[in-house]
Design a protein around this ligand. Structure first.
Ligand code: GLN
Length: 447
């Protein structure tokens, strides 16, 4: 009730939630109480949670930030939601996000921009801006989120919360509205690495309904939190500390590295020479996959349908023209272009080759270190409206996050300090494949 009251009081300013339904939340809370009374509660039973509006949740509107799904009530729940329900977590509401998770500032939502709780002039980051703002403003202790090219880490960094994107395949994508399926990965945000570890224990695990879900022995992601860092080899990629990184962000990351040295870490320089290519490669591959995934929004199966049309083709065209926002349309057009006959080899295949080179860079770097550290974004949160008219500037701000998704690696953002204008800045910790427990250990010791 305290969280619901706080949402009522602060959400009108922050716009972090798209849907709040007090009756549904109280019913879930009552069920959690009943489990506690019956002695069947788990450690997280009764803990409130905000869910990014990209995870289908039975009986709840699942809009994905789009007019296209404004009338869509999910008939089933995503694996992530099922796992949270089984643990007894209580849904507080559905968090705002960039339309179809496309964006880096949460200005692309059909429901309006989310505000950064630290500074109403600042973007919260995107696309999981609602999840980050909700956790930062204490509207929820934890939130689910997704990361296709940085959408957990970047808003976590800009809002001063902790966020983790697991290794691709660790969290099932079943019931998660697809953006770019080979890059999309669910994860969580919370105040601390410890809370993230407990949440990852809930949402991770094999699910046969996602063909890329990995069948692995169940892990306890909190097992190494208390391990001392002596002997940890930290890699600093030369390319992450070059031109383009704001001086105040650079200083905060340097300070964080000094702290880790005091805790016993040993620092080595590594190189990720294809970092610059991650932006063009990602912004070919992600739109290509998006153009295919979003073809399902045709006005026939679910979601918005134009009210007046002459024939079937006219209905498709009007529905998609009305239902999608401008950034989504841009991605569909770019994606269709790079997949088209005559351009496929020049763009799509080339981007796939670069993707392999980027993964190989990480493989070489991890031969000499246990985790890689760097900034999450080149600057602290920029102002609302500052980049919304210039998509290329917006895409360039993803430089430190995209490669991780192209390689399928796990990574997190941990609060590390404040910019010269008082906005939060996160430290990015990148782990090797299945290095979640090690990454969480480093984050926890740092915190
Ligand atoms: N900013 C990137 C994009 O717009 C990443 C978004 C995400 O991770 N969902 O595609």
């Amino acid at each position: 009730t305290a969280y619901l009251d706080r949402i009522d009081a602060l959400n009108p300013q922050l716009n972090a939630f798209i849907t709040v339904d007090r009756a549904k939340t109280l019913a879930e809370a009552a069920a959690a109480d009943a489990r506690r009374a019956a002695g069947t509660a788990g450690a997280l039973t009764g803990v409130p949670i905000a869910h990014k509006d990209i995870f289908c949740q039975q009986g709840w509107k699942t809009s994905c930030g789009s007019k296209m799904l404004d009338n869509f009530i999910a008939p089933y729940s995503a694996h992530v939601i099922e796992q949270c329900q089984a643990a007894g977590l209580v849904t507080l509401g559905r968090a705002n996000m960039d339309e179809f998770a496309m964006g880096s500032s949460n200005e692309n939502s059909f429901y309006g921009a989310v505000k950064n709780p630290w500074d109403a002039l600042a973007i919260p980051g995107g696309s999981s801006g609602g999840s980050a703002a909700a956790v930062a403003a204490r509207l929820a202790p934890v939130a689910t989120a997704t990361d296709t090219g940085g959408s957990i880490r970047q808003p976590a960094s800009h809002c001063g919360v902790t966020g983790i994107k697991p290794t691709y395949g660790v969290v099932s994508r079943f019931g998660m509205v697809a953006y770019a399926s080979s890059l999309d990965q669910g994860g969580v945000m919370a105040q601390t690495a410890e809370d993230c570890a407990l949440m990852l224990n809930v949402i991770a695990g094999f699910d046969e309904r996602d063909s890329t879900s990995l069948e692995r022995v169940k892990e306890d992601y909190s097992r190494d939190l208390a391990q001392p860092l002596a002997g940890l080899r930290v890699g600093l990629p030369r390319e992450y500390f070059a031109a383009g990184l704001a001086a105040d962000v650079g200083r905060i990351i340097d300070n964080a590295v000094s702290e880790l040295k005091k805790l016993g870490a040993e620092v080595v320089e590594v190189s990720l020479p294809n970092t610059q290519l991650s932006i063009p490669a990602y912004y070919v591959i992600a739109p290509a996959e998006a153009s295919a995934n979003l073809s399902r929004f045709d006005g026939v199966r679910y979601g918005h349908r134009a009210s007046e049309y002459k024939d079937l083709v006219d209905m498709y065209e009007k529905t998609r023209a009305e239902g999608f926002g401008s950034e989504v349309k841009r991605r569909i057009m770019v994606g269709t272009y790079v997949l088209s006959h005559g351009y496929y080899d020049a763009y799509y295949i080339k981007a796939q080759k670069i993707r392999r080179l980027i993964a190989d860079d990480f493989k070489a770097a991890f031969a000499g270190c246990d985790v890689i550290l760097g900034p999450v974004a080149p600057t602290a949160a920029f102002n609302l409206g500052e980049k919304s008219g210039d998509p290329v500037q917006m895409y360039l701000s993803d430089i430190y996050t995209l490669s991780v998704n192209l390689a399928g690696l796990p990574a997190m953002s941990v609060p590390a300090g404040f910019s010269d204008n008082g906005r939060p800045v996160g430290l990015q910790i990148i782990g090797n494949y299945f290095g979640e427990a090690r990454m969480l250990n480093v984050a926890h010791q740092f915190q």
